[in-house]
Design a protein around this ligand. Structure first.
Ligand code: 6PG
Length: 247
């Protein structure tokens, strides 16, 4: 890892969302300027909603070079794209339908049929974009954290956590009665920038447990995040941030 994790603690959820949106803007501009494109894996769940809405604001998001920005997903629930649980639906409502990103630049994880086939299909799409390297190198992977310490759809004790060859796997999450697709840990850890957004008092205790440990040490999925040649940044509100990170 190039540098220790960076922690950004903001007073409230709105400030966290604004900081995430500004960071996305900065990373996107830098990537396009340096490499001609910005490849990002969007986070699912509910936390990113506000940051995506801010990003779609005309005074910020509309100035971005969307023709050179490619939007992928870090994980997806195996439901129809218009299902309330769909991460694609959430991103479409808050961002994709509000900014001039060309349709070919949006890469949903489609998973309505056989999840294993869907995982292979998405990996093929990634290989088409990134080339047949050992691992894809996203410019940014946006992630959240569940109260159990999962991230993307890498859940504690899941076989998916041990995957060291495939780029995308199907994962059955029995406790949620949910089947999902997820980027695997090596893919996530090959990104240039990992951006975790965690807010709310309900996650504070888990953060107290995971943040002091050396990235990559585990055992929880979120503790296995350790970008090989990249940055790891946490964006937290005061409600979630443990006392040792108090502003
Ligand atoms: C998902 C996400 C998942 C999410 C956490 C936190 O598809 O659910 O990828 O990893 O980031 O579960 O979810 P909230 O943001 O809703 O708390």
């Amino acid at each position: 890892m190039e540098a220790p994790p960076r922690f950004v603690v903001c007073k409230d959820v709105e400030s966290v969302a604004a900081s995430v949106a500004v960071t996305f803007d900065e990373l996107a501009r830098a990537a396009v300027a340096e490499r001609g494109r910005f490849a990002v894996a969007l986070a699912g769940g509910s936390t990113p909603r506000r940051a995506y809405e801010i990003l779609s604001d005309e005074y910020l998001g509309w100035r971005l070079p969307w023709n050179h920005i490619h939007l992928f997903f870090g994980d997806e629930r195996c439901v129809p794209e218009d299902h309330p649980e769909s991460n694609f639906r959430m991103a479409r409502e808050t961002l994709l339908s509000r900014v001039p990103v060309p349709a070919p630049n949006v890469h949903p994880m489609r998973c309505e049929g056989d999840p294993e086939l869907a995982a292979r299909a998405y990996e093929t799409e990634l290989r088409d974009f990134f080339g047949d390297a050992d691992w894809p190198r996203f410019d940014l992977v946006m992630l959240g954290m569940g109260e159990d310490g999962h991230t993307a759809s890498l859940f504690p004790d899941s076989p998916a956590l041990g995957e060291r060859a495939a780029w995308v796997v199907a994962a059955r999450v029995e406790k949620l009665n949910s089947t999902r697709l997820t980027l695997t840990l090596p893919v996530i850890n090959h990104a240039r920038h990992l951006l975790l957004t965690v807010t709310g008092a309900a996650k504070r205790n888990r953060l107290k447990e995971v943040l002091p440990t050396e990235p990559g040490a585990g055992p929880l999925p979120v503790q296995l995040l350790r970008p090989d040649r990249g940055r790891l940044e946490w964006f937290l509100d005061e409600a979630a941030a443990p006392a040792f990170l108090a502003r």
